[in-house]
Design a protein around this ligand. Structure first.
Ligand code: GDP
Length: 470
């Protein structure tokens, strides 16, 4: 029954003694999102706020005093790097506050909460400890799931046609015109092609596009420079490709990437997650325009699809009997907007997710969309400009260190207009000061019991963890 389900996983995956896992439930919380979506800041602030609990009114167990203690404990997995919480927290809250270094690979942190349930259940069960194992990993790696369904030839055709519809990739295209896929592989040439292709992915990412897989090309970690990350899409030749040719070797490496990089990630990390938050820089995509928003929607569909992998037999088999119970899509950095715009941002997230749910035929987990700021770097301010009242946000600019009150512009009232392809070029959302809004974290004096200031992190915690803390 219930107990067996809860601990079965614990016994299988943790080296902790059986009696410990019996008494102390574990929640494995995945935190993902594309590079710069805000994962590092999110985990740091969430953990700090759970440790202090002074700013978490919407987390019921915190507000009621049900959480009596919170502390960091050694994580269960000895071979996964530990999330560098202390360094990141002192970056954000030290004397010269700055943004921490972003996520480059998978890492883990165990936060243990001592909980005294209220009412009758509390009287029967008594206090207990709930371990929250936070697993941070790049969202780029999730998007790689789509590669498993593809052959090298199909993938190449898809990518080359997609490239035509995005900014970037000029250098790579020029190199391709001078490349014969049937010629014998020349390693320096393969490396140069890969460099140009990676550059194209970076350009697309900078222009606000979400799906820039293969995921390890932008975040290679210790695989940088290895053959498994030295391949590119090629136009399929209409002549036979001899052994040792560029085409054959690229095809072999593409298959190796799927086998040696993509599958182990899903097997070792993804398959063990209970609850998932996907952080999304929706404001960045909206600012970049309708094509970037459409791309974000497709990426969200891919991501949701990974949690209900009907189409992928390999993943389905891997996940048999496993279920991710909750998935939250959170639009980050909402402190760039006055709170009067937050409802619109949430409506946009809901619209993107509604569509993703429909397309991914998703009915598995409890899902939600929210607008949040893990670390609030601004305060709100009304300003009059040419007789008009503007809802601004004020903060310290990253570049000059000066205080400024800026007006980000408006989000549409009807989220559907963001997805109208006809609006490309005519988009007018977040076109005021949003472009120059790069705020530094504000200087803080935190009193004992106070975590860093945030927007709705408590609501996030209630959705993801609340039921386990009662
Ligand atoms: P990661 O790549 O997903 O780990 O992203 P980070 O957590 O490193 O965040 C990337 C950048 O986004 C940070 O350096 C900040 O500039 C910005 N950022 C993240 N969270 C917030 C937030 O809550 N408020 C504001 N204003 N900026 C944020």
């Amino acid at each position: 029954g219930d107990i067996a389900d809860g601990i079965g996983r614990g016994v299988e995956t943790f080296s902790a003694s059986v009696s410990e896992t019996f008494l102390e439930p574990v929640v494995r919380l995945g935190v993902t999102g594309l590079s710069r979506a805000g994962k590092t800041v999110f985990i740091t602030s969430l953990v700090a706020n759970l440790m202090e609990r002074g700013r978490m009114p919407q987390l019921r167990a915190a507000a009621s005093g049900g959480i009596t203690a919170a502390y960091l404990r050694p994580q269960p997995d000895d071979t996964i790097p530990r999330f560098d919480y202390e360094t990141h927290l002192s970056a954000l809250t030290g004397t010269a506050p700055h943004w921490p270094e972003s996520t480059r690979a998978v890492s883990e942190l165990r936060l243990s909460l001592k909980v005294r349930p209220s009412g009758l259940i509390g009287a029967v069960r008594g206090p207990r400890t709930v371990h929250v194992d936070i697993v941070d990993y790049p969202g780029e790696w999730l998007l790689d799931l789509a590669l498993l369904d593809k052959t090298y030839s199909g993938w190449s055709a898809d990518i080359l046609s997609r490239m035509g519809q995005r900014p970037g990739g000029d250098g790579f295209r020029v190199m391709l015109t001078e490349t014969d896929p049937t010629a014998e592989l020349d390693e320096p040439h393969a490396q140069a092609l890969t460099g140009a292709y990676t550059e194209a992915l970076k350009e697309a990412r900078l222009a606000g596009f979400s799906d820039c897989s293969p995921g390890r090309f932008l975040l290679p970690g210790d695989l940088a420079g290895s053959p498994v990350l030295t391949f590119v899409p090629l136009p399929e030749p209409d002549r036979p490709t001899p052994r040792g040719s560029l085409w054959r070797e690229m095809e072999r490496r593409f298959e190796a990437y799927k086998r040696e990089v993509v599958k182990p990630f899903f097997r070792d990390h993804f398959s063990r997650i209970d609850r998932q938050v996907v952080l999304v820089d929706a404001l960045g995509a909206i600012h970049a325009g309708p094509r970037a928003v459409e791309d974000l929607r497709l990426a969200m569909t891919e991501i949701l699809g990974a949690f209900r992998p009907g189409r992928n037999p390999w993943l389905s088999a891997l996940l048999t009997g496993r279920k991710v119970e909750k998935i939250l899509f959170a639009a980050t950095k909402a402190d760039h907007l006055h709170h009067t715009q937050h409802a619109r941002l949430t409506a946009i997230m809901q619209e993107l997710m509604r569509d993703a749910r429909r397309r991914a035929d998703f009915a598995g987990a409890d899902t939600a969309a929210m607008s949040i700021a893990a670390l609030r770097a601004t305060v709100e301010e009304m300003r009059t400009h040419e007789g008009e009242e503007l809802a601004c946000v004020r903060g310290k600019l990253l570049e000059t260190g000066r205080q400024a009150a800026l007006y980000p512009g408006e989000l549409p009232e009807d989220p559907a207009v963001l997805l109208e392809p006809a609006r490309e070029g005519a988009a007018a959302w977040l076109e005021a000061d949003y472009n120059i809004m790069h705020f530094a974290p504000a200087e803080l004096t935190l009193r004992p019991g106070e975590g860093p200031p945030h927007i709705r992190l408590d609501k996030v915690a209630e959705f993801l963890l609340g039921d386990r803390l009662r």
